[in-house]
Design a protein around this ligand. Structure first.
Ligand SMILES: [Zn+2]
Length: 451
């Protein structure tokens, strides 16, 4: 770039190869991150198979409520935030591994992990056990000289801070952590896109990404002028709280497992964890609808933005190490990885996926119950007297999940098993929708009753 500017300043034509190289770099590091919301929004508006409620719910996820035009705010929410008694936190983890725990931890290295099974095997401590194991098995605990006792205490505090929501609970956090682990180690992020520090940040971000989630959407918090929305000026109030509350624990000396990190490393770690967790906000156009383009790593020509420089990954054909174009490219890819992980159950074996969908629907209905009791308009898909999110699944896959997973797998081809799982479950919902269609068209059917 500087060479080109220098040539222009001297009224000399810059060399064409340099112009092409810079253009390619700029396109891939900046322009290609243009969100796809406009295109998806247009397609969604034209999608005849979406009913009004589903379309509204998806629009909120793509654009955010504020961009749709906010309705009048409701009364302040008095939902109590769980406080963690850090001094009572146990310093031991449930690591008395019998066969079932060991089997679950081994399955954490596969694309078919079942967080419910680990929750059962660990008697309700899936997150602390999995996180402690991964941090040690990966060598990160030794690399960063993590204080093991304090790490265990912190993990237990974080786990205890996950509320018993149907969906946003400690099992979900463990599930997200496991998918993030797979994307890092088997999906092509390591080593090119994630060094040890980035890996540590990604694990910690996954661990605390829904800490003290109260089972309400950001939209609800904003509409009801909840204290979290007021505190964070309506900007990702839940995610800001997860971060601030989890990180605040580190100010307690007994929990500060990062004390051995040099200050520059600590600063970078914190910055990265913040960027990753804030990136999980599903509303406001930050769902990860960026295109990072396909990888061209099979070529090592000078113009190749992803030259082959080594080998890793899980099959011979996928043995290529992708190199980021820039720090921004690296960060966005890690953010997308955590977003994919946050939706990782979409790729789970069908029974596991259905269990998660059922739990999310239950959580939405609980929010609807509160809204009804408080005399508020019910949020989309939160009315338990109607069909819940199960009716929106095809639209959700079409406009949210598949663009995200397709984009990610286009670059990180080793993550295609995840995409294959998503596609399998997508076909299930398509079949369900097709089977329900004649019923919806029947006068007096469920669709007619809601009309
Ligand atoms: Zn989550």
């Amino acid at each position: 770039m500087m060479d080109i500017l220098e040539a222009v300043l001297q009224s000399q034509p810059p060399a064409l190869p340099k112009i092409l190289a810079v253009r390619s770099c700029l396109q891939q590091s900046l322009d290609v991150y243009k969100p796809l919301q406009a295109d998806l929004t247009q397609r969604m508006a034209q999608a005849s198979h979406l009913d009004g409620e589903v379309r509204e719910a998806l629009m909120v996820q793509l654009l955010g409520r504020q961009d749709l035009g906010s309705s009048s705010p409701g009364p302040a929410c008095a939902a109590a935030k769980q406080e963690v008694d850090i001094l009572c936190a146990p310093a031991q983890l449930h690591l008395a591994a019998d066969g079932s725990v060991e089997a679950c931890l081994v399955s954490a290295g596969t694309w078919t992990f079942d967080a419910f099974a680990l929750t059962q095997a660990t008697e309700g401590h899936p997150l602390s056990v999995l996180a402690y194991w991964l941090l040690h098995q990966s060598g990160l605990a030794a690399w960063a000289q993590l204080d093991q006792v304090k790490l265990a205490r912190w993990l237990c505090c974080i786990e205890d801070g996950y509320c018993a929501n149907p969906y946003h609970n400690r099992s979900h956090a463990a599930d997200v952590l496991q998918t993030m682990h797979m994307l890092l180690t088997r999906g092509g992020l390591v080593p090119g896109y994630a060094d040890q520090q980035s890996m540590l940040a990604a694990y910690l971000a996954a661990v605390c990404h829904d800490y003290q989630h109260i089972g309400r959407t950001n939209d609800y918090l904003v509409q009801t002028q909840d204290e979290l929305a007021l505190r964070y000026n309506d900007r990702s109030p839940m995610e800001n709280h997860h971060l601030a509350a989890a990180w605040s624990l580190l100010r307690v000396p007994q929990l500060n497992f990062l004390q051995a990190l040099p200050q520059p490393a600590w600063d970078r770690l914190r910055k990265l964890v913040i960027e990753l967790v804030l990136g999980t906000d599903k509303a406001g156009g930050v769902l990860g609808l960026h295109t990072i383009g396909p990888s061209t790593a099979s070529s090592d020509s000078p113009q190749d933005p992803h030259p082959v420089v080594g080998s890793s990954c899980n099959s011979h054909s996928e043995r290529k190490v992708l190199q980021p174009l820039s720090e921004q490219d690296k960060l966005i890819s890690l953010q997308m990885a955590l977003k994919c992980s946050d939706l990782g159950h979409l790729a789970a074996p069908l029974p596991v996926h259905l269990a998660w969908v059922s739990r999310l629907e239950a959580e939405f209905f609980l929010q609807g119950d509160v809204e009804r009791a408080d005399g508020l308009p019910l949020s989309p898909l939160c009315d338990r007297t109607k069909q819940g999110i199960t009716k929106s699944q095809v639209g959700f896959f079409d406009f949210v999940a598949l663009p995200l997973f397709n984009n990610f797998a286009a670059r990180f081809t080793a993550a295609k098993p995840l995409l294959a799982g998503v596609m399998r479950n997508y076909r299930h919902w398509q079949a369900q929708a097709a089977a329900a269609e004649p019923e919806r068209r029947t006068p007096g059917g469920p669709g007619a009753a809601r009309a």
